[in-house]
Write a protein that binds this ligand. Structure first.
Ligand code: NOJ
Ligand code: CA
Length: 578
């Protein structure tokens, strides 16, 4: 073989040069390809991916200690792939005293022993690669644990190396914190530390001191941490509490509003410690690093209007690719007019929409939308709804089997600290964090040991094994819709147009792309409905020869005839338009 000879001839030399050029070209092509759009519409991987949030304590327990772990997640990777999930966001699994169940990090570059080891993490990434499931970690930039070595050093003296990594101030006088800011978890946001007789600031629990992002050393360390994980195979981050990264340097008092919150504290407008403009500069820096790895940034962005949400994409789309739109989660009723309004608003924003109906901080969608009688039908309806919209959906584990909240009944059973301090008005978030229901074995097959939170009795009917056998289950509906949205061009690439916009009961819309169209009709009412569609203004059929519908997915009693759809109470129908 010419390239093996000791002294190459001029021909083999030129062949070698050619080959080297080819290799170089290929390498640079792949490097560029990493950051180039993946399809003709300019859509990137995270725009076609379905994300799925996993609360690691509660997903699968591989070593039977009652707490879920990374090997447990690895063991379920083929389940996730078969379900139609492309990326999992894992809530924090770093070493942590677990005061806020992982959102109090004591080492950003390791795995908590209760969840496994870095080797288990690498194994999970490898398993994910086999099953085409990307790993997204939860990055907690606003605060660390009070047990993090940085904070232990910071509090040790006023001149310690890490003193300025956190926010320390003198009080206004004896027993008087520096200002009136309130922790979202209850009480003052300032705690006096007797060692140095100064207050430190914490937007959340006092065991979660806020980092000082105005200190360049903090910023550099945190950006480097994201790099470290990207190099280890992470495909992006969900950024926790980004709104709270910066505080007013003058520490001005927040305006006080009338009334008190669930924790008994005065209501307040967080004018000086929330959504400060500097947040956006930091997001741009985090994004720059993410772009080097073709990674995605998902934001925990609680906003009250679309203009606010829009800002998180960044003016040149150089901040978050996926700021979560939580406004959908606040429509706590099946209201087509309200959903239409929300979708139209987010569609008009300049970024790619993100839809979420559940997560580990809010009551499960099964309970929020359910009417107590038709909860399964409503769970299917909601799945068929947000998984067929234009945008990226982020599911929450268990939503696909119709898992319900299992709220604690007695204060002494509460694990989430805000449930203990706010009881009985605020029961905390345990109810939406219970173990995944795999089968009918004790503890729903999650663990042989008593789980850290109890499963609800309904696990006997709502579990993966039983629902896999039932063609009409919530799980099978989710699977069908997810399979469709991965292959159907109109759902992947198409525009969204609301249909029959004045109908207060049936939510319907058309997704269309290059002459292909999918119609979705969802009966959000408890009575049967018949709906007629005139799609001729949209280019499908004409007044004399209306378009016809070919059913792709439908609830048991739903049907389509010509251009008319019949839906049972809470029925759904997804059809191809001809
Ligand atoms: C938002 C997280 O989702 C929540 O669970 C946590 O308690 C706070 N951020 C503090 O990190
Ligand atoms: Ca375990």
């Amino acid at each position: 073989m010419p390239w093996c000879s000791a002294s190459p001839s001029p021909t083999s030399l030129s062949r070698f040069v050619l080959l080297a050029i080819l290799v170089l070209l290929c390498c640079s092509f792949f490097a560029v390809a990493q950051n180039t759009p993946v399809d003709a519409e300019g859509h990137q991987w995270w725009q076609h991916a379905v994300f799925y949030e996993i609360y690691p304590r509660s997903f699968a327990d591989s070593n039977n200690d009652g707490i879920g772990d990374l090997n447990g997640i690895s063991s379920k990777m083929s389940y996730l792939h078969n379900l139609g999930v492309d990326a999992i966001w894992i809530s924090p699994c770093y070493p942590s005293p677990q005061v806020d169940f992982g959102y109090d990090v004591s080492d950003y570059e390791n795995i908590d022993p209760m969840y496994g080891t870095l080797a288990d993490f690498d194994g999970m990434v490898a398993e994910g690669r086999k099953q085409n499931v990307k790993i997204i970690l939860d990055f907690v930039p606003n605060h660390t644990s009070d047990q993090h070595p940085w904070f232990l050093d910071s509090k040790s003296s006023r001149t310690s190396a890490h003193r300025d990594w956190y926010i320390w101030r003198d009080g206004k006088g004896p027993g008087k914190p520096p200002n009136n800011w309130i922790s979202i978890f209850g009480g003052s946001a300032w705690t006096l530390d007797p060692t140095t007789n100064q207050y430190f600031y914490h937007f959340f629990y006092k065991q979660q001191p806020d980092l000082n992002w105005r200190n360049p050393a903090v910023e550099k360390t945190m950006l480097d941490t994201t790099r470290w994980w990207y190099q280890r195979g992470v495909s992006g981050f969900r950024l926790d509490a980004v709104d709270t990264l910066f505080e007013d340097p003058e520490l001005r008092d927040n305006p006080v509003l009338p009334g008190t919150n669930a924790q008994g504290d005065p209501n307040m407008e967080n004018q000086y410690n929330d959504k400060l403009p500097q947040v956006h500069e930091e997001l741009q820096k985090l994004r720059k690093v993410a772009d080097d790895y073709n990674a995605v940034l998902i934001g925990e962005t609680w906003t009250s209007n679309i203009a606010e949400l829009d800002r998180y994409y960044g003016q040149g789309s150089h901040e978050l690719q996926l700021p979560m739109d939580f406004m959908f989660t606040m429509v706590n009723q099946l209201s087509p007019p309200e959903f239409r309004r929300q979708i139209a608003a987010v569609d008009a924003a300049h970024g790619w929409p993100v839809f979420v109906i559940s997560n580990h901080d809010i009551q499960r969608s099964y309970n929020r939308y359910g009417d107590g009688k038709n909860n399964d039908a409503i769970a299917k309806l909601m799945g068929a709804f947000y998984l067929t919209l234009r945008g990226t959906p982020i599911m929450y584990y268990g939503e696909e089997i119709g898992m319900e909240n299992n709220d604690p009944i007695r204060r002494e059973d509460v694990k989430d600290p805000i449930g203990r301090t706010g009881w009985p008005k605020e029961k905390g978030r345990d109810g939406e964090r219970t173990p995944m229901q795999w089968n009918t074995a004790p503890n729903a097959g999650f663990s042989d040991a008593t789980p850290w939170l109890p499963v609800p009795p309904t696990y006997m009917t709502h579990n993966v094994a039983s629902e896999s056998q039932d063609a009409n289950s919530v799980l099978n509906l989710y699977k069908k819709v997810l399979a469709l949205r991965h292959t159907n061009q109109a759902l992947l690439e198409g525009s969204y147009v609301a249909l029959n916009k004045n109908d207060p009961n049936v939510m319907s819309y058309l997704r269309s792309y290059k002459g292909e169209a999918v119609l979705v009709a969802l009966n959000m009412s408890s009575t049967p409905r018949k709906v007629r569609f005139d799609l001729s203004p949209l280019g499908f059929g004409s007044a004399s020869a209306p378009s016809s519908l070919k059913v792709l997915i439908a609830s048991q009693a739903a049907s389509a005839q010509s251009n008319e759809v019949s839906l049972e109470p809470f029925g759904l129908l997804i059809a191809e338009v001809h």
